[in-house]
Structures are given as structure tokens and as C-alpha cells.
Design a protein around this ligand. Structure first.
Ligand SMILES: Cc1ncc(COP(=O)(O)O)c(C=O)c1O
Length: 371
């Protein structure tokens, strides 16, 4: 069974919608590249051109020789995409939370985290030696209770994923925000899976819930909805300058290779010009989830393209895996943190899948249910 113990299965991509696994070419309804921008010709062309003209390494910290013009351009494009004053690109999404918390450390005494918050948020809190209190997963009453137990909530930072990676659950940010604003606390949303996916313009879960405020911080990644690699912090000019001055991790790391930066810039540009892809992925998610629910799968009715399917009986897991393989579909089984006990199949529909792909996907899953 792939992904049960240790590493996931060894895969080779074969175009944007197939993988090869154990010498078998299989349809791929999985992963985190929610628009398959890794395969978009504009993105690939930008990577190739940058490689030819600028080589591979970005050549140093941004405080020395690593402040590449393509990186600065990427930040301008990201600020425009997200409709914010500025953006800071860093080496990875994982690093983004550390860099931000190193900078904000003097402003806070305590972190209040969803009990299933991503490891990068918790590692960052530990690294800057901020104590962490937990609230129950996606539970606003529990958050309120935790906030009420804090001596000075104005110096508390609530941290959560916008969309939880494993099951695609959405954090109820609207309710959180009311509770947070009522006591003057602050909120950090790691929107790795919300960026380019959630909200009217794909700006993320904070757009979906209509949030914007000074004490709201957003981090994310370029490796999922944007299909490339790298981390991002949405910022004001002032916050960006603070990060440059105060985060040792920011100062001490080399940005992504220039072709990767150029690919990310092309991906952001592409989605800015093709916002319909954001609507498409949301429609695809709604359509597939509704049709799966109609035949009895327990999936939430939302527009998030992550579809988690679990079976309590281990025997049925094996049967489903074999059935998918026979049907020519990669079985994306895993036990990644946040997955239900016993693991789950984490499917994904993308804006690149055609209607026909989606019909076939639903049909295949339907047949298993009815068998
Ligand atoms: C919620 C969340 N935050 C951060 C990360 C890390 O991002 P990156 O892969 O760019 O380091 C991930 C996944 O990889 C994630 O799911």
C-alpha cells in the first residue's frame, strides 16, 4: 500500500494528468498543484529562458548578491495578485512561518494554535520560544475559551491553516475573526492550500471570509496552487522592512534558483490573467463533491478541490486501492498528519481536468460504491 509506512510511492509525472507508478501509467487525481501550472507552456518557457540567460543559482542572500531583478518582479506580481501593498518571497512555505515569527516575536507573549496547525507554524513558535496554547480543531468556542484564559490577549497571536492540507477542511476564519477582534488579539493564517484556490479572485481563505486588517498576517507557498516552488509572506512595506532587519532566517538563506523564481512569476502572471481558472477549480470541486455525496460518499459540499475518502475497514481500503488500479487511477492513499485514523485516499480535482475527466472520475467512484 503506498504511503502507509514512511515515504509515499515513487512516482514519475507523465504530463499534467498522469503519473507512472510501478511501470503503470495512471490517471492522476491527486497532488497539490491545483491548476497544474507546472505544465503550463508559459511557465515552462519562462523557466527555460531564465536558465539559459541567468543560470541556476540565485547566488547569495538577498542582503548581498541574491536580490535578483526577477525576484523583485515576482513580488510586484504577487502584491498585485493578492491586492496587498507588498509581498516578500522566501525560500519555502515552511520557512515563511519561521521568518515571520522571528520578526513578530517582540509583539507577542503567546501563540494560540489550532491543535492540527501545520508543523511549520508550531516549529516556528518553538524556534522563537513563544509558549503555545491549543484550541480544538476548527472550533471557535474552544478558541474563545482559550483567548479568555489569556492574561493579555492583545499580545496573543492565533495561528491556523486556512485550508487543512489533508482533508481540505476550511478554517472558520469569519467566526475566528469576531472572537479575535473582540479581545484585540492578532491572527496568522498559513494559507498554503488556499492561495490560488479559495476566494473570488483566488486570493485565499481570507478573501473568502472578507478579512483584511492590520493585525492579520498571511503566509503561503508557491509550490501548490501556483505549481512552482517558494514561500510568500503578504506584507506592508513596513513589515517587509522589519523582516529584512529582524529575521535571521531571512538574512541567512539563499532565495530559490532564478529559473524557479521566473517560473513562479509566470505562474502568478498567468493566474492574474486567467482568473477563470480559479472559478473553474471551484466549480469542478463543487460538481465532483456533489455527485460523490449523491451516491453516498461522506464529502463536504464546498468548493475546495481536496476530496478525502476514508474507509473504517482496512479490508475495504485494500479493495478500493486494487479497484482504482484496475480502473487506471492512481490510488492516493496516505496517513499524512491530519488524515483520519487508518489513513485516507486524498483525491484532488484541478482546473486542468476536463469535464470528461471529471465525469469519468465520478463514474469510477460511483461504480465502487454500488458494487
Ligand atoms: C499548511 C502548509 N503550510 C506550509 C507548508 C510548507 O510549504 P512548502 O512546501 O512551500 O515548504 C505546507 C506544505 O508543504 C502546508 O501544507
Amino acid at each position: 500500500m503506498p504511503g502507509v509506512h514512511g515515504m509515499g510511492p515513487t512516482l514519475t509525472f507523465d504530463g499534467s494528468l498522469h503519473v507512472v507508478w510501478n511501470e503503470k501509467r495512471l490517471r492522476y487525481f491527486a497532488g497539490t498543484d491545483y491548476h497544474r501550472l507546472a505544465f503550463e507552456p508559459e511557465v515552462q518557457h519562462a523557466v527555460q529562458l531564465a536558465l539559459q540567460q541567468q543560470g541556476l543559482s540565485s547566488g547569495g542572500s538577498r542582503l548581498t548578491t541574491g536580490n535578483n531583478a526577477t525576484l523583485v518582479q515576482l513580488e510586484t506580481l504577487l502584491a498585485r495578485f493578492f491586492g496587498v501593498e507588498d509581498a516578500l518571497v522566501v525560500g519555502s512555505g515552511y520557512l515563511a512561518n519561521l521568518i515571520l515569527l522571528q520578526t513578530l516575536r517582540p509583539d507577542f507573549d503567546v501563540i494560540i494554535a489550532d491543535e492540527q496547525a501545520h508543523a511549520s507554524l508550531l516549529d516556528a513558535a518553538r524556534a522563537v520560544q513563544l509558549p503555545v496554547s491549543f484550541f480544538k480543531h476548527r472550533d471557535v468556542e474552544s478558541l474563545k475559551h482559550t483567548l479568555n484564559g489569556i492574561a493579555n490577549p492583545r499580545r496573543a497571536l492565533v495561528v491556523t491553516d486556512g485550508i487543512f492540507a489533508a482533508r481540505g477542511e476550511v478554517a472558520p476564519l469569519g467566526d475566528y475573526w469576531k472572537a479575535i477582534a473582540a479581545v484585540g488579539a492578532s491572527l496568522l493564517v498559513d494559507d498554503a492550500h488556499g492561495m490560488a484556490v479559495a476566494g473570488e479572485r483566488g486570493r485565499g481563505t481570507w478573501e473568502k471570509f472578507g478579512l483584511s486588517a492590520e493585525n492579520l498576517y498571511i503566509t503561503g507557498t508557491l509550490s501548490k496552487g501556483f505549481g512552482v516552488f517558494g514561500g510568500v509572506i503578504l506584507a506592508t512595506h513596513v513589515l517587509k522592512q522589519r523582516i529584512v532587519e529582524q529575521s535571521a532566517a531571512f538574512v541567512g538563506h539563499t532565495p530559490m534558483p532564478v529559473p524557479v523564481i521566473a517560473g513562479a512569476a509566470a505562474a502568478v502572471q498567468f493566474l492574474t490573467e486567467h482568473r477563470e481558472r480559479v472559478h473553474r477549480v471551484q466549480q469542478a470541486a463543487r460538481w465532483v463533491k456533489q455527485h460523490l455525496a449523491d451516491v453516498g460518499y461522506a464529502v463536504p459540499q464546498d468548493a475546495i478541490p481536496i476530496i478525502s475518502i476514508a474507509f473504517p475497514e482496512a479490508e475495504r481500503v485494500g479493495k478500493f486501492r486494487d479497484y482504482l488500479l484496475d480502473a487506471g487511477v492512481f490510488p492516493p492513499f496516505n496517513q499524512y498528519p491530519g488524515a483520519p485514523a487508518g489513513g485516507h485516499f486524498r483525491f484532488v480535482v484541478t482546473s486542468r481536468h476536463t469535464e470528461d475527466d471529471m465525469h469519468q472520475f465520478v463514474e469510477i467512484l460511483k461504480r465502487f460504491r454500488n458494487a
